[in-house]
Design a binder for this molecule. Sequence first.
Ligand SMILES: Nc1ncnc2c1ncn2[C@@H]1O[C@H](COP(=O)(O)OP(=O)(O)OP(=O)(O)O)[C@@H](O)[C@H]1O
Ligand SMILES: [Mg+2]
Length: 633
Amino acid sequence: MLKRKKKRDLEDEDSYKGNTFQIIKRLVYYVGINKRLSYLLVLFITSNVIFSWITPLVFRSLVDDGLGGGIGATQGNIDTIIVLGTIFFSVTVVGVITRIAQGFIISKLATNTMYNLRSELFTKFQYLGLDYHESPKRTTGKKINYLTGDVNTIQELIQSGLLVSVSNFFIIFGSLTFMIILSPILTVVSFLIVPVFAVIAGVLFKKVRKFFIELRERIATVTSKLDESIMGMRIIQSFAVEDENYTEFNDANELERKTTMKAAKLMAFMPGIIILIITLGFSSLFLVSGALIRQGSLSQGTLVAFIFYLFTFFEPLFSLIGLLTLLQNSLAAGARIIRLLDEKIAIEEKNDAVSLVNTRGLIEYKNVNFSYNPGVPVLKNINIKIKEKERLALVGYTGAGKSTFVKLLSRFYDPIQGEVLIDGKNLKDLKINSLRGKMGIVSQENFLFSGTIKDNIKFGKLDASDEEVISTAKQVQAHDFIMELENGYNTIVGERGNKLSEGQKQLISFARALILNPPILILDEATSSIDPYSELLIQQALKTLLKNRTSISIAHRLSTIINSDRIIVLDKGKIIEEGSHQTLVDLDGFYNQLYQMQFKDPFKKEKIEEEVLADIDIRGDSYNKGDRFSRFI
Ligand SMILES: Nc1ncnc2c1ncn2[C@@H]1O[C@H](COP(=O)(O)OP(=O)(O)OP(=O)(O)O)[C@@H](O)[C@H]1O
Ligand SMILES: [Mg+2]
């Protein structure tokens, strides 16, 4: 039962609703072949094919006419040998030249395909919404594998044989035709082995395909595990779970090894079986041809040519069969790539979408319902109007739906029911970039990119001048700490900004949002505790950030909550209370309870309120650095 389920999971990920032909047809588009290259290829392939067709006939003449091996002949002819030798040499030289040129063209096409596919997949990744990227089914490892492993497999297929196999098809077909013309009896004898061969190859083909689909999945699991371990190394080490983590990684690694070995064992049988079958074929061929020559119905030259054709028939056939493994592997990779390219984009822009210009920042949620997964509502019947330049704070327990609420505003997701409006316009009627361009978003994670501090601040406005960057940083209180870093604004922050403290990262995120001077600001406050000094800097920065624009702050800091015009309390996806801090405290409901729990600590409450409400002198000593601000959860 478990096994069956596992198999279905694997197939779900890999199956492509089209057939093999459709996968190839779709992928051919990315090869990017142009007319000139295709004419050249056709020329080279044709010359290779003709070369392989006529060479055995040259040898037949050489044996029968040149060396005197024909029926009843006793003497050779040196002139014939010279003529045939010259023909053979010239054809070989031309063959070598065309093969070199063909090699160049094929490399070019393979590399182009890799390049085209990667660009297309990367673009697709950027178009796909958060519903795709946040889905727990899709790990980073898997996603990276599409652009690396899968694309490389297809490149390899083109490089090592896809086009060569076109000429192989003609060579096989031609050799067979010549064999039949030369001697139908010998052809029948030689092909007695084919049915045996076909059955064995067929069985192997099926099994190998299965292993390769499984193998890709295993490789992706190992990559995902690796990716997670590297990203989460700090947590792994601080929880001292290196051993357990190693075991987990090793399990995935071991599974991949076993699957590879299963496929390899199967493939190891191949050469032995082939040699056995060929030997059988040749033995019967020699027996029959010996009899025919003695009978006088077959010339020695014809036998030589026939054996030549036999080789030019089987050699390309085997190379095609060898390619099957790679083809299987590539079909699985191709299927995954096409699935990704066909992935539906949930958030699409209408053709007649309009740009959002001169936003006043009026926001309205009308009967909004939302769920990530059917049957699990996350936002329930949300109705709210946010006025121009209003400072709205959103509070509630973890998982209440606060981040989801703001994700709908930047249209990372669409409501299941109801609508979200800006300045009275439904978000669905707006150009997405124009909408998001009007919003400064500071998310819960404070993600920074691996470039410099300046790059990170300029992220939302690439043409910002250095002066703008510096003045923005000054406004959010980030300038001083930046100047203390080794290279100031040109300091590289490390991957995900890991060189900076949480508070510093938050200040940079503020600057990144502020540089746009957005009419709407969305702030998803980080819940992690930071040191009291940075806390003060952040509070100061927030004042600037929230000034003169409509803002929705998911607030964990008392200062943000108290300084807001209105507070909304979300509980299990519903708005349950709404009003100013004092109104809600007086209401003595859920908010008050939350407030009492978080802030009314006998040791802290008075002190916190005093400090928060007072105009804080950042550098003054009035602040006791030993204290911390409490937060909502
Ligand atoms: N991408 C997702 N797919 C499925 N469920 C999700 C997804 N993101 C959030 N959820 C679920 O939706 C609910 C609301 O999540 P949300 O992130 O909005 O909470 P929150 O109020 O912001 O919490 P916190 O204060 O911890 O940030 C949670 O139950 C969460 O498990
Ligand atoms: Mg959240």
